[in-house]
Design a protein around this ligand. Structure first.
Ligand SMILES: Cc1cc2nc3c(=O)[nH]c(=O)nc-3n(C[C@H](O)[C@H](O)[C@H](O)COP(=O)(O)OP(=O)(O)OC[C@H]3O[C@@H](n4cnc5c(N)ncnc54)[C@H](O)[C@@H]3O)c2cc1C
Length: 308
C-alpha cells in the first residue's frame, strides 16, 4: 500500500518539479543526493575525503529501457573514472546492472561493465567497480556476472559485488564468492522480497547480517560492512578487537548524509569508513521509490529532517 503510494508519487511531474525547485526538496535531496552532475559528485567526494573517509560514487538510474540509455550510462561512468584519476580522489564506483541495460540486452550490459572493470584495472593506482545488488530477479545473474568478470585476466581485484543479509541464499553465495577471493559489500537489503526467499523479521535479518559479517571479517579478503545500525557496528568493533583484526583489513560503509555523527565517530576511532555518494538527474523518483520500499526509511527521513 505505502509502496504503491510512493511509486505513484514518484511519477508525478508536478511534485517532481516542485521538489527539485523547493528549498526542502533541495535540502533533503542535497542531504542524501550530491547534485545532478559529475562536478557535484567530485565536490562532494573531495569534502568527504577531506574528512578522512573514502567514497563510492553512484550515478542514479536503473531499469533503463533501451540500449542507447545503457550506453549513455556507461559513458558517464567512464567519465567518473577519469574524474577520479584526474582529481586524485580516494573513490571507486558503484553501478547497477539494470542501469547498464540488463533488462534490454544482457550481452550489452556484460560488455559495458566488462569495459568499465578493465578500465578500472588499468588505472594507476588501480580502480574498483562495485556491482550493486538489486531485487531478487537479478541476484543470480549479478553473481554470475561478477564471478565471470573477476576471472577475466587482469581484472583481479577491480570488481566486487554486494550480498543482502535478508536473502536466505546469502550464506551459500558468500561461500562461493570467498572461494574466488571476491570483495563483498554486506548490507541488509533494500527491496521488497517474499518470505520464501528472504527473512522478514528485523531480528532474523540482523542475526543473518552478524553471522555473515563475522565470516567476512575473518576471511582475509577486504570487505565492506554497509549499515547504519549502531548495534551491529558495535558488534563489529568488538569482534575486530577480540580477533585482533587490523583496521585496514575491512571498512564500514554508509550512505551520503546519513548518520554523519556515527561516520565521524568511527573515523576518530581509527576505523576505515567509505561513503556511498549518489548523484544524478533521476534523484526524485529514485528517492521516493527508496522511501516506498522500506517504510522504516520514511520515519528515518522524517527523523533526519527534524534532526537537521
Ligand atoms: C553503502 C551502502 C550501500 C548499499 N548498497 C545496497 C545494495 O547494493 N543493495 C541493496 O539492496 N541495499 C543496499 N543498501 C541499503 C541497505 O540494504 C539497507 O536498506 C539500508 O542500509 C538500511 O539498513 P541499515 O543496515 O542501515 O539498518 P536498519 O535496521 O534499516 O536501520 C538501522 C538504523 O539505521 C538508520 N537507517 C535506517 N534506514 C536507513 C536508510 N535507508 N538509510 C540510512 N539510514 C537508515 C536508522 O537510524 C535506523 O535506526 C546499501 C546501504 C549502504 C549503507
Amino acid at each position: 500500500m505505502l509502496r504503491a503510494f510512493f511509486v505513484h508519487l514518484s511519477e508525478n511531474p508536478t511534485l517532481r518539479s516542485f521538489a527539485e525547485k523547493s528549498s526542502i526538496g533541495r535540502r533533503v535531496s542535497g542531504r542524501f543526493v550530491a547534485g545532478t552532475d559529475i562536478a557535484d559528485a567530485v565536490r562532494a567526494t573531495q569534502a568527504v575525503n577531506r574528512s578522512g573517509m573514502r567514497v563510492s560514487i553512484d550515478n542514479l538510474g536503473e531499469n533503463v529501457t533501451n540500449p542507447d540509455e545503457a550506453r549513455h550510462s556507461s559513458q558517464l561512468y567512464h567519465q567518473i573514472l577519469d574524474a577520479i584519476a584526474a582529481n586524485h580522489l580516494d573513490a571507486n564506483i558503484s553501478l547497477k546492472l539494470t542501469h547498464m541495460g540488463l533488462d534490454v540486452d544482457e550481452k550489452l550490459a556484460h560488455d559495458l561493465v566488462a569495459g568499465l572493470v578493465a578500465k578500472a584495472a588499468s588505472m594507476n593506482p588501480p580502480g574498483f567497480v562495485r556491482v550493486d545488488m538489486e531485487g531478487s530477479p537479478y541476484t543470480q545473474r549479478t553473481l554470475d556476472f561478477v564471478h565471470e568478470l573477476h576471472r577475466m585476466p587482469g581484472n583481479g581485484n577491480s570488481v566486487g559485488t554486494v550480498i543482502q543479509a535478508y536473502m536466505r541464499r546469502s550464506e551459500k553465495d558468500v561461500e562461493k564468492l570467498l572461494a574466488e577471493g571476491i570483495r563483498i559489500r554486506l548490507c541488509k537489503g533494500a527491496y521488497k522480497e517474499p518470505a520464501e526467499i528472504a527473512f522478514a523479521a528485523k531480528s532474523e535479518v540482523d542475526a543473518s547480517y552478524i553471522q555473515l559479517m563475522k565470516t567476512l571479517m575473518k576471511s582475509g579478503i577486504y570487505h565492506g560492512l554497509a549499515t547504519h545500525d549502531e548495534h551491529i557496528i558495535r558488534e563489529a568493533e568488538a569482534f575486530a578487537t577480540r580477533e585482533r583484526l587490523a583496521p585496514d583489513t575491512f571498512e564500514f560503509q554508509m550512505l551520503y548524509g546519513i548518520r554523519r555523527d556515527l561516520q565521524q565517530e568511527l573515523v576518530r576511532k581509527g576505523w576505515r569508513v567509505r561513503i556511498y555518494i549518489p548523484f544524478g538527474t533521476e534523484w526524485y523518483p529514485y528517492f521516493m521509490r527508496r522511501l516506498g520500499e522500506r517504510p522504516a526509511n520514511v520515519l528515518f527521513i522524517a527523523r533526519n529532517i527534524l534532526r537537521a
